[in-house]
Design a protein around this ligand. Structure first.
Ligand code: HEM
Length: 152
């Protein structure tokens, strides 16, 4: 099989720009999702305010976060094959991949938590939602250091 390294040619910086545009949309949406869920927890199930949050959260998911996650993965994997990031001596990339997999899992967890609240469930406290809401920020700090500094 011929090597895929360099297959993007002059398109590489454009693909990188597209990658970063959708990274910003995805992370911005992940910051908002548990916040919206916390606000919804303060409403009475079935009230107009409750239904308004169900709608806001559904639109955030459908229009912003899920499509952005898919595009971040597609563009990111294109870049990874172009530079041969899966090879030896690319510790930063393997670590980044582990973190983005965890962030994708977090995405699924946050959607699940929002669905329970949409179904009328109200957790005893929003503490765990508020703690979980720190994850995208921490992941962003670690991922950006890994890709920019490439410490290993
Ligand atoms: C979802 C799977 C992802 C994959 C497969 C992936 C892969 C890649 C690859 C291979 C590069 C090129 C690195 C280089 O040219 O040196 C890159 C660039 C970058 N990625 Fe990702 N990425 C993903 C998600 C993310 C996320 C979630 C973030 C931020 C939170 C992120 C932030 C960045 C940044 C800041 C760059 C630019 C690095 C530079 O210019 O050197 N990526 N990504």
């Amino acid at each position: 099989m011929t090597s895929m390294i360099g297959w993007l040619g002059g398109a590489y910086p454009w693909v990188k720009a597209a990658h970063l545009i959708f990274v910003i949309f995805w992370i911005a949406g992940l910051f908002m999702l548990p916040r919206f869920t916390i606000y919804q927890c303060e409403t009475v199930p079935g009230s107009a305010e409750d239904r308004a949050w169900v709608d806001r959260i559904a639109r955030l998911r459908r229009i912003i976060i899920t499509p952005s996650m898919v595009l971040v993965w597609i563009f990111g994997l294109c870049l990874a094959f172009d530079i041969g990031a899966f090879g030896q001596g690319q510790g930063w990339f393997h670590m980044k991949l582990a973190l983005v997999l965890a962030l994708s899992g977090y995405h699924g967890w946050a959607i699940g938590a929002a669905k329970k609240v949409a179904d009328g469930h109200r957790p005893a406290s929003t503490r765990s939602l508020r703690i979980m809401n720190e994850i995208p920020g921490i992941a962003t700090i670690l991922i950006v250091i890994l890709v920019i500094v490439k410490p290993f």
